[in-house]
Ligand binder design. Structure first.
Ligand code: FES
Length: 194
């Protein structure tokens, strides 16, 4: 009889512990999701194993060929569209970002968003240092990107380094993919679009 009572007592304790653990486990799960989104911001809410919500490139994907860059400092404008997952009725939002793709004297080809990291104006490619000195109050050593709003100037040969004006950092870079003589713009550096 005593053994039976003991067994019943143990069973009750196990059941009570299990019931008490459910809210704890639920709380832990709910806290885990925002923590994982903090570590990997591209995860969807409460969707730890789901696909990344990193923006996707939309058609038409900007594509170039080597012969479009016959000489150093050839600069071509393009438009790049990104599709964001959004919690609106269409479940998406498409944003179009203007860009410049430039051939450096080293032969490397680089591409940047034209959205100025200062306050979001669209900046220009200024090939002539004299023109930059007159229009943007700074004389560079070579071609630069320069913003007409508050005169930030970015040195393209130094990875977009800010050489004049109030911009806090270089413009965002596009990732390019080279296949044969074709260059494709794949994605924009992570972060905001500016
Ligand atoms: S927005 Fe470009 S310098 Fe201010």
């Amino acid at each position: 009889m005593t053994d039976q009572n003991n067994n019943d007592g143990i069973k009750r304790r196990v059941i009570l512990k299990t019931v008490a653990a459910i809210p704890l486990a639920a709380t832990f799960g709910l806290l885990l999701s925002p923590f994982l989104r903090f570590l990997r911001p591209t995860l969807g809410p409460l969707d730890v194993l789901g696909k990344s919500d990193q923006p996707l490139a939309e058609e038409p994907i900007p594509t170039f060929t080597d012969d479009m860059f016959p000489e150093p400092w050839t600069c071509i404008e393009f438009m790049f569209s990104q599709k964001y997952l959004e919690y609106n009725p269409e479940l998406k939002e498409v944003r179009t970002i203007p860009g410049f793709i430039v051939k450096l004297p080293s032969g490397d080809i680089v591409a940047y968003s034209r959205i100025c990291p200062h306050l979001g104006c669209i900046f220009n490619f200024v090939k002539n240092p004299e023109e930059c000195a007159k229009g943007y109050n700074y004389k560079p050593d070579g071609p630069v990107f320069a913003c007409p709003c508050h005169l930030s100037v970015y040195d393209i040969a130094q990875a977009g380094k800010v050489v004049s004006g109030p911009a806090p950092r270089p413009p965002r870079k596009f990732e390019l993919e080279k296949s044969g003589n074709t260059i494709t713009v794949k994605s924009l550096e992570a972060g905001s679009i500016a």
